[in-house]
Design a protein around this ligand. Structure first.
Ligand SMILES: C[S@@+](CC[C@H](N)C(=O)[O-])C[C@H]1O[C@@H](n2cnc3c(N)ncnc32)[C@H](O)[C@@H]1O
Length: 256
């Protein structure tokens, strides 16, 4: 570059931005992580993960045995989880601000030339929080998504029953839907996965019963993780369900 009197002005060195990787870690058992995910986690200098305030991150737990000593860790604590109703505009506003702050924290590293590995439970593009960072980050730095085995795959394997046969249509429902919608969708499905159970379990149980499916429904808690539990939903004596739990109805399609 030329100065005003023809002298040469040295440009400051340009740092190539680092890449942000959204890495799917699979359903819980670290052995179910892909080779690519394991390689990225092992060599990561900067690692980020979501967590509930005051709780440990499940994704970090899956990756714990692989993290390099000295890796910089960025814990992204949700400002709200269930304290504000999802329909309340305050919920969206709080989360929007939160995701923007997370993006700024990750960009500080990526724009400084450092790769950032975001640890994601299951698959990043299946009801994951990472996608809210992904849409914002990719305007600024390279972003790569590494798929993972979704939690539901770990859960139907834990039941020992194939989920879809022949022409079965698999319906995946968030338990957060209203009861009537759940009942209608269940009534039209061949095979079902209901995610995001938690406090929605009583509603999901009523919807299953109304759709005539309670006898076929299976409850899975912490699929492929320590403490994995599988039982018929009809046999579950209480209405408490942890965050990592789901209900499945295996299909009954064509079997030659
Ligand atoms: C926000 S979604 C994230 C899903 C994740 N991205 C995936 O691919 O499975 C979280 C929900 O997934 C379900 N889930 C994920 N992994 C699970 C597991 N190992 N056992 C039971 N439920 C699981 C639960 O219903 C939980 O409430």
């Amino acid at each position: 570059m030329q100065g005003y009197n023809g002298s040469t002005i040295k440009e400051p060195p340009m740092t190539a931005p680092g890449t942000v990787y959204g890495v799917g870690l699979g359903p819980g058992d670290p052995d179910l992580m892909s080779v690519k995910a394991a390689r990225l986690v092992r060599t990561a200098g900067v690692v980020a993960y979501f967590c509930k305030a005051g709780s440990r991150s499940n994704a970090r737990g899956i990756a714990a045995g692989l993290l390099a000593p000295g890796a910089v860790e960025i814990g992204m604590e949700y400002p709200v989880t269930t304290e504000i109703a999802v329909a309340d505009p305050a919920y969206n506003a709080a989360l929007r601000g939160f995701y923007e702050t997370c993006v700024a924290r990750l960009l500080e590293h990526a724009e400084g030339g450092r790769d950032v590995i975001v640890l994601c439970e299951g698959d990043p593009f299946l009801y994951g929080s990472f996608m809210h960072l992904y849409t914002r980050l990719r305007e600024h730095v390279p972003v790569v998504v590494v798929p993972g085995i979704p939690g539901m795959s770990g859960c139907w394997t834990a039941t020992g029953q194939p989920i879809t046969w022949g022409d079965d249509v698999l319906t995946v429902l968030p338990g957060t839907l209203d009861e009537q919608t759940l009942t209608d969708r269940m009534g039209r499905a061949d095979a079902i996965v209901v995610m995001k159970l938690g406090r929605n379990l009583p509603k999901v149980r009523r919807a299953m019963a109304a759709a005539g499916l309670l006898d076929r429904a299976l409850y899975v808690e912490r699929g492929t993780m320590a403490g994995e539990t599988v039982m018929r939903l009809a046999d579950k004596p209480d209405d408490s369900a942890p965050y990592f739990s789901m209900v499945l109805v295996p299909g009954e399609g064509r079997r030659p």
